[in-house]
Design a protein around this ligand. Sequence first.
Ligand SMILES: C[S@@+](CC[C@H](N)C(=O)[O-])C[C@H]1O[C@@H](n2cnc3c(N)ncnc32)[C@H](O)[C@@H]1O
Length: 274
Amino acid sequence: MADFTALFGAPSARPPPRPSAPPPEAAPPSKKRKRQKGKKPAAEPSAAAAPAPAKKSAGDAARAQLAGARFRHINELLYTQGSADSVALFEREPGFFDAYHEGFRLQAARWPVNPVHLVTRWLRAQPETWVVGDLGCGDAELARSVPHRVHSFDLVANNERVTACDIARLPLADRSLDVAVFCLALMGSNYVDFLREARRVLKPRALLKIAEVSSRFANLPAWLAMLDGLGFELLDRDGSNSHFLLFTFRKRAAAPPPSPVAAVPLKPCIYKRR
Ligand SMILES: C[S@@+](CC[C@H](N)C(=O)[O-])C[C@H]1O[C@@H](n2cnc3c(N)ncnc32)[C@H](O)[C@@H]1O
């Protein structure tokens, strides 16, 4: 199982490591040529002609390190504090949201597979009449990539597709969505409130799609039992990916029993200090 550092890794002053497998959209690697005995390898014309990669100045490296440290700090806050505090954080420090997303995009570009692409592929195979909620949408890549009507929500609206809100309190009517998506968005100590809110806005028997980092699940059976208690029936669990788990749940038509459901915490994706 991949640990958090592998996904939300170290600061970007160093060149990114090679991913352990090519992303689905990557071209297949070229075949290696065998070196014949005694023969010197022919010079690679393109390599010989290519300019040496520009060296980072000390200033650039320091800036990259600072940006990495800032990203890690914001990321840690988003995972460990309640969502009301995250709303307040971005109100206080408007620049933090772009800093977080710049860092997130850099991290995601290094992953073998980005789960938002898996969710996109899945959604493209579903009826186009479905109304979708992308809860914790980032920059709304999902809305840009599918033909469906998508309501995209995040703490800050960084483009015109996104509605700013805390997904613990969605500006949507009861029973208005055919599918609710949480793609790496169960952040915050009160993430169970997001699931309850998703249940409110989903139509009866509508779907809940969750993609999360595998290593966040310290006790998966307990977590699945909690989802069941919240009124979600597990339809599919895809663990074929080394880093992420994908789940499809269906909202049960009957309301869950009124007894309170004990929250099962998910581990935050925070990284070791170097
Ligand atoms: C790791 S990013 C993933 C973004 C996008 N779903 C993707 O997969 O590319 C998680 C997003 O969830 C958002 N988020 C976390 N807690 C939230 C909350 N309470 N309300 C709205 N958005 C939230 C964060 O701001 C962040 O943009």
